[in-house]
Design a protein around this ligand. Structure first.
Ligand SMILES: Cc1cc2nc3c(=O)[nH]c(=O)nc-3n(C[C@H](O)[C@H](O)[C@H](O)COP(=O)(O)OP(=O)(O)OC[C@H]3O[C@@H](n4cnc5c(N)ncnc54)[C@H](O)[C@@H]3O)c2cc1C
Length: 447
């Protein structure tokens, strides 16, 4: 199979669109099948968050595809988290050590930009085509078009980028020794749109941490905000315990008064906007017969609390193309190399994402945790080469594999535990008096 392979990509979401573009640019004949209608004609129906955080891993992949600048131009830089307490006081915490930022982008806008580029490059995109099954070894895709007519599409390679509930993965389930696990969170989410909130800064990701749950808001280019409530399905409080709109409104009055003040149509939005679930997918292997594979959420959906699902999927695209280069476009070698390289990284970011939920909704407002973060920043300043905060490793070190970041984070946690035993460190972490202690403790952990 050569560069000019006939590739069928299933799913023109963010990852499938980027991958199709990258493969087309290297000379493949690409057909993209998408069950939804064309969002440019019908209006974007994302079914997922309205905006999302793009960071350096995603940008690195977009750069490899030659489209990073166009995307950066329509994003809003967020160098800080802005924490809203119950008294509506807002505190600012920088994401990076040197002013680095993550970027809020419109999911629909980004997807449409990628689809326009696919048109420009002559990729054949079939909207309204739903993949119903895949013969993995041929490989052959069975699809139904919008009118219900059945089609068969043959290819050299089939790639499932069809999201967390992938039909291509479903076909792999029927094969021997295919592990597939999906784990739902006890929390779901509901989005609320804020047309304008003049008193809120737009250069940050707003968070209302409330222990068992949280509200977040990301700015859009037009200075509106998209809020997402991550809330338990059951228990008190929960989506189940807020029986009607009046109960939800009362809850917001008590818990998120400064957010509620900016949602004049709260009642309608609460009633009409759906509650969606959050799933982690862990499966393996990700390819069969060297002919069919899955990537993006289809292979490794994660919860959104590190803002990395799309970024990780974009990184998949970059790594796959690099491996095709390294293996002379021999897909039967590139596919196993890809899954071997990526699996532990996908598992690592899934772990980071689950742990960050507890951090965002609960620990971030806890003084003991804030002290830990201050010590972390102080050690990072003194031992810049050997100690990097986890958030920085995941978000701003795109060449560092997620799995290495997780291993390093575990070591650094032990270092922080050790340093926090010192009363003087707890009193004033930034003092230069501790520099030797920081250096010695980091050096000892490296041995
Ligand atoms: C609330 C929330 C917030 C998030 N925030 C962030 C964030 O800030 N940063 C970040 O990096 N990630 C974030 N994510 C994760 C991100 O949304 C996903 O990782 C990303 O969308 C995965 O892209 P994908 O193309 O793999 O899958 P999807 O976006 O799910 O796209 C799959 C596509 O396949 C199509 N499809 C499905 N089945 C078929 C079929 N049988 N036949 C044909 N087509 C099919 C679908 O219609 C869809 O277009 C968030 C997720 C959620 C839920």
């Amino acid at each position: 199979v050569s560069k000019t392979s006939r590739v069928v990509v299933v799913g023109s979401g963010l990852v499938g669109s980027l991958l199709a573009l990258m493969l087309k640019k290297r000379g493949a004949e690409v057909t993209l099948l998408e069950r939804r209608t064309d969002p440019r004609a019908a209006g974007y129906v994302g079914g997922r968050s309205i905006n999302l955080a793009l960071s350096d891993r995603g940008l690195l992949a977009l750069r490899a595809a030659g489209i990073a600048d166009a995307v950066a131009a329509v994003s809003v830089a967020m160098p800080s988290r802005l924490i809203h307490d119950k008294q509506s006081q807002v505190s600012r915490f920088a994401y990076g050590l040197h002013g680095e930022a993550i970027h809020s982008v419109s999911r629909g806008g980004l997807n449409i930009r990628l689809l326009d580029l696919l048109d420009e490059h002559g990729v054949d995109v079939k909207f309204g085509w739903r993949c119903s099954d895949v013969a993995l070894d041929v490989p052959r895709v069975h699809a139904l078009d919008a009118a219900g007519a059945a089609h068969v599409v043959d290819a050299d390679v089939v790639i499932g980028c069809d999201g967390a509930f992938s039909q291509v993965r479903q076909a792999m389930r029927k094969t021997d020794r295919f592990d597939d696990e999906q784990t739902f969170l006890a929390h779901g989410y509901k989005e609320l749109h804020i047309q304008t909130a003049p008193s809120w800064d737009v250069d940050g990701l707003h968070i209302w941490p409330r222990q068992s749950h949280m509200l977040i808001a990301l700015p859009n280019l037009d200075r509106s905000f998209t809020c997402t409530l991550f809330f338990p399905f059951e228990g008190t409080p929960s989506f189940a315990s807020l029986h009607d709109v009046a109960a939800a409104r009362r809850y917001f009055e008590e818990t998120f008064p400064d957010a509620l003040a900016h949602v004049p149509d709260f009642d309608a939005q609460w009633k009409n906007n759906p509650v969606s679930s959050l799933v982690t997918v862990r499966c393996y292997p990700w390819s069969r017969f060297g002919k069919t594979m899955i990537l993006g959420d289809a292979a490794h959906a994660i919860v959104p609390f590190f803002g990395q699902g799309m970024n990780c999927g974009f990184e998949d695209c970059r790594v796959l193309v690099e491996l095709l280069d390294a293996h002379d476009d021999d897909w039967s070698r590139a596919m196993p190399a890809f899954e071997r390289a990526r699996k532990e990284n996908a598992d690592a970011i899934a772990t980071f994402a689950l742990e960050n939920f507890v951090e965002m909704r609960d620990k971030i407002a806890d003084p003991a945790f804030q002290l830990r973060r201050r010590v972390e920043a102080a050690v990072a300043r003194v031992c810049e080469k050997d100690f990097t905060p986890s958030y920085t490793m995941v978000t701003f070190r795109p060449q560092l594999p997620y799995a290495d970041a997780l291993r390093q984070a575990r070591k650094q946690d032990a270092i922080l535990d050790e340093l926090l035993k010192h009363e003087a460190v707890r009193r004033n972490p930034q003092s230069d008096d501790h520099n030797d202690l920081y250096r010695k403790t980091v050096a000892a952990a490296a041995c």
